[in-house]
Design a protein around this ligand. Structure first.
Ligand code: ZN
Ligand code: ZN
Length: 232
């Protein structure tokens, strides 16, 4: 069974969002059997201008769903400049969940080296809980050498950073997911929902694991209990 959590959904504070909002996300997640939800809009600047509105709205909705759904604060933070998190540290410290994602990489030079360096530096920052769509950079699939992928995965495991299975991007690629499972990296079944229809689509995650010959019940998911401990 998959843990009943989703640590990556968007809301009205993301420009690319469709019908999602903090309140509709929470209601939909609860109706589809989830118990933990992190609302993670795009953090692309040091202090996103919607930040205080977001925290206010999250707190209002959190109280409304208290006892039924654990609503966590979060952000999908851009990894920029070869490994820097785009958002200020004081903002990151206020968040329950930081999903770090690479949305662009230089086409010239050494794009796979850039990928490796960026992800490892983000992991080592100490702020990141989840690596977002790791083999999809700005809707382009990346296929770095296996040794680079293993370095990233081993860094993730040793820092307790989870790799997400991202429904919106249908990512990671099967070869990367297989390595993540073999290396014992924590996995998290995220939707990255930009529309409500994407929330709670669990069968894709299970099929992705089964297609590799693994039982979805036996891989190393980030559990609700581990999450509680991480949030201390
Ligand atoms: Zn993303
Ligand atoms: Zn996202």
């Amino acid at each position: 069974m998959l843990p009943r959590l989703d640590l990556h959904v968007h809301s009205q504070y993301s420009p690319c969002a469709e019908d999602v909002s903090v309140e509709r996300d929470a209601a939909t997640a609860l109706a589809r059997g989830l118990r933990v939800l992190a609302v993670t809009d795009h953090g692309t600047t040091q202090v996103p201008e919607w930040l205080e509105d977001y925290f206010g709205e999250l707190e209002r909705v959190r109280r409304k769903f208290e006892g039924r759904l654990a609503l966590l604060s979060g952000m999908e933070v851009d990894i920029v400049d070869g490994g820097r998190l785009a958002v200020s540290e004081w903002v990151l410290r206020r968040l329950d969940v930081v999903v770090a994602s690479l949305h662009s990489a230089p086409a010239e030079g050494d794009p796979h080296g850039y990928w490796r360096r960026s992800l490892i530096r983000a992991i080592e920052s100490g702020y990141v809980m989840v690596l977002g769509h790791p083999t999809d950079v700005g809707w382009r699939k990346v296929a770095p050498p296996e040794e680079y992928a293993l370095e990233v995965l081993d860094a993730a495991r040793s820092h307790g950073v989870a790799v997400e299975l991202n429904f919106h991007h249908r990512d990671p690629a099967p070869w990367f997911l297989r390595l993540a499972i073999e290396r014992g990296v924590l996995l998290v079944p995220d939707s990255d929902a930009h529309s409500l229809s994407e929330i709670g689509s669990r069968s894709w995650h299970e099929q992705r694991i089964r297609a590799l010959g693994y039982d979805p019940g036996s891989v190393r998911w980030l559990t609700e209990g581990q999450l509680t401990r991480l949030l201390g």
